[in-house]
Design a protein around this ligand. Structure first.
Ligand code: NAP
Length: 94
């Protein structure tokens, strides 16, 4: 699936690595520093873009911002009609 990860921090990077290894296409977005976003995306070998662009592209939007930034992020994502929004993460080890 095409997954947009909103917030390229600790959680966002971990999700990008795991989901990329599982064969999903990833684009990162939503940083206050575009150069940093670009560098993280290059290191992880994934795409990146503006929030509304990656949201339009994606099947799934994974939210990985701190709570205080969430409203800003949701505004920046635009219309999410028909998209799966993923905001709860649970980890387990088999
Ligand atoms: N880390 C985990 O293992 C984990 C697990 C479960 C849940 N969570 C939850 O997931 C959320 C994110 O955690 P995290 O550890 O990934 O945080 P983090 O490392 O601080 O990452 C936050 C990301 O959001 C971006 N961001 C954009 N606008 C922001 C703004 N106005 N203020 C703050 N950040 C902004 C930051 O990018 P720039 O700094 O480049 O702007 C950064 O990439 C938290 O609510 C946390 O409780 C984390």
């Amino acid at each position: 699936m095409k997954v947009a990860i909103i917030g390229p921090g600790s959680l966002g990077k971990a999700l990008a690595k795991c989901l990329g290894l599982a064969g999903h296409e990833i684009r990162l977005s939503f940083s206050r520093d575009e150069g940093k976003l670009r560098a993280i995306a290059a290191t992880l070998r994934v795409g990146f873009g503006a929030p509304d662009e990656v949201a339009r592209w994606a099947d799934v939007i994974a939210l990985a911002t701190p709570w205080p930034a969430l409203e800003l992020a949701m505004d920046a994502l635009g219309d999410l009609s028909g998209k799966i929004v993923w905001d709860k993460y649970e980890c387990s080890r088999a």
